[in-house]
Structure formats: structure tokens, C-alpha cells
Design a protein. Structure first.
Length: 276
């Protein structure tokens, strides 16, 4: 009752899952990933224990096919399950149980596995594969996964309709403040909250995630000289803040402004100047 993609980035540094379904809060059930280990999606009659078990097998050195084989041989409900796995090296595997509701199936490619059940037809997974393989390998993994998810949605998606979607991407040190591996963890739990288009809402949230929770690249950093420092200090005080640091903290720009104000992200500077 769901369609998903699990993948490793072309540079071998990120792993992730994108998923959508006519199911409440699909992000709470289907995806799991750990940097330098792999990613998994469990769906259909989802066995949520697969998430921890699969990642444990991968962490112990199992490839995706071996991890999948171990999951299935230990599970008497395997015929009702659907699962996709990608390992640390980008090896991928997928399983669709014979009892999964039509249309159900999967495709596996270099560094990814796509699977779905109760879909409008095989065109959904094929559209996802074309979108993923046709995307820029150098693009952030979250963007590539979202492109695949949107393509599957446009091709028909879950034949029962839309309700929820989620995007999870992990990369070593990518989390807030560099203290965990969560690069992206976004969920739309019920489509009624976003105009009945949860995949489009994930896209909007991903833009915000990039702004607030993703560190600036060197190319995005604008050096702050004395003149720019005065401009920023004036801007902050005019808006009731004691100094620039207080403004940064209030607006949640910590990932985009140097704490010593040696640089400011070009996106944040554009926001400042648009409001001035």
C-alpha cells in the first residue's frame, strides 16, 4: 500500500529512503537508515522489526542480498512483506511477497531499490527508476530521491490515493551542529494538512531543511568585512535584537552564519537585503 526508493549516493557518502502512501504517518513505519551502514524500507504488511534487524545485519558486514535473505528466512510472514535494502557499498536488494496486493513489484539498479504495492501499475516503479537514473549523480541524495518519488506519484502512485510521505537521508556528521548523521528527516503524516499533496509538501519542506538545517558550503560563504558587519549590526538592532548573534539565534540561522561573524551565507544575506 506504498511506494518507496532506498538508495546510496553516487559519492558513497549518503544513504536514504523516500516513501509515499495512502497510510497515516508512513514515515513512522517504513524508513530507516544509518550512515556508513545502509538503508531499508519495510512495507506492505510491514514488519517494523526489519528496520533494526536489517541495519544490524548490514553493520555486521552483510551485503544487501544477504541481509534480505536473513530477514526472510526468519519471518513466517514473508509472503505478505515487501522490503528494499541498500548496503554500505551501494549493493541493493528488494523482495515482494507473493501475497502482496496488486499491483506489487520492484526494480533494482546500481545503488538503489524501488518497490511498491497496491499501485496503479508497473508504470509507477518504472517512472521512479527513470527519474532516479536520469537525475544528476552529483546532486544531493535527498533531491534525487524526491525526484523519483514525485515521478512515481505523477505516474499514478498508490491507487487508493494520497495520505502521507517521508524523506530520510543520513550522512556522517551531517546532523544539526554536526552531532549526528541525520541530513534530512521530513514527514507529512496526513495529506489533509497540506492540500492533499504530501509529496509536494515534502519538496517545500526540503527547501526549508536546506536553509535551516544544512551547513553552508564554502561557495555559499560571503566574507564579512567591516562595512558588511556594520550593515548586519544595524539590521539586527533595527529589529529589536541586542546584536547579530541574538538575531541569528532568534531566526535559527546557526548553520548559515559563522559564530564569530567571519562569514554569512549568501542566502541569508539575500534575505537581509531584501528586507532592508
Amino acid at each position: 500500500m506504498t511506494f518507496s526508493i532506498v538508495a546510496r549516493s553516487a559519492d558513497g557518502e549518503s544513504w536514504g529512503v523516500a516513501v509515499a502512501s495512502k497510510f497515516l504517518a508512513v514515515g513512522a513505519v517504513v524508513p530507516a537508515a544509518v550512515a556508513e551502514v545502509g538503508a531499508v524500507a519495510t512495507q506492505a504488511d510491514a514488519n517494523v522489526a526489519y528496520k533494526g534487524l536489517a541495519l544490524s545485519h548490514l553493520d555486521e558486514g552483510a551485503t544487501a542480498p544477504v541481509a534480505l535473505e536473513r530477514l526472510l528466512e526468519e519471518d513466517p510472514g514473508r509472503d505478505d512483506r515487501q522490503v528494499g535494502i541498500v548496503d554500505v557499498d551501494g549493493g541493493a536488494a528488494s523482495h515482494t511477497g507473493v501475497a502482496c496486493l496488486d499491483w506489487a513489484g520492484s526494480v533494482v539498479g546500481d545503488g538503489f531499490a524501488i518497490q511498491g504495492n497496491v499501485l496503479t501499475g508497473p508504470e509507477v516503479v518504472e517512472a521512479m527508476r527513470a527519474a532516479y537514473e536520469g537525475s544528476d549523480p552529483a546532486a544531493p541524495l535527498g533531491r534525487r530521491l524526491l525526484a523519483a518519488l514525485a515521478a512515481g506519484d505523477a505516474a499514478g502512485g498508490d491507487r487508493r490515493g494520497r495520505q502521507s510521505a517521508a524523506l530520510l537521508v543520513v550522512r556522517e556528521g551531517a546532523g544539526y551542529g554536526g552531532n549526528d548523521d541525520i541530513e534530512v528527516d521530513l514527514r507529512v503524516d496526513d495529506a489533509a494538512s497540506c492540500g492533499d499533496d504530501p509529496v509536494a509538501e515534502i519538496a517545500r519542506l526540503l527547501d526549508l531543511n536546506d536553509l535551516y538545517l544544512t551547513a553552508s558550503t564554502d561557495e555559499e560563504k560571503v566574507p564579512v568585512d567591516d562595512e558588511l558587519r556594520r550593515e548586519l549590526e544595524t539590521y539586527a538592532r533595527e529589529r529589536g535584537h541586542r546584536d547579530v548573534a541574538a538575531w541569528v539565534g532568534t531566526e535559527n540561522y546557526e548553520m548559515r552564519v559563522d559564530p564569530d561573524l567571519a562569514w554569512i551565507d549568501e542566502k541569508i544575506l539575500a534575505i537581509v537585503r531584501a528586507a532592508s
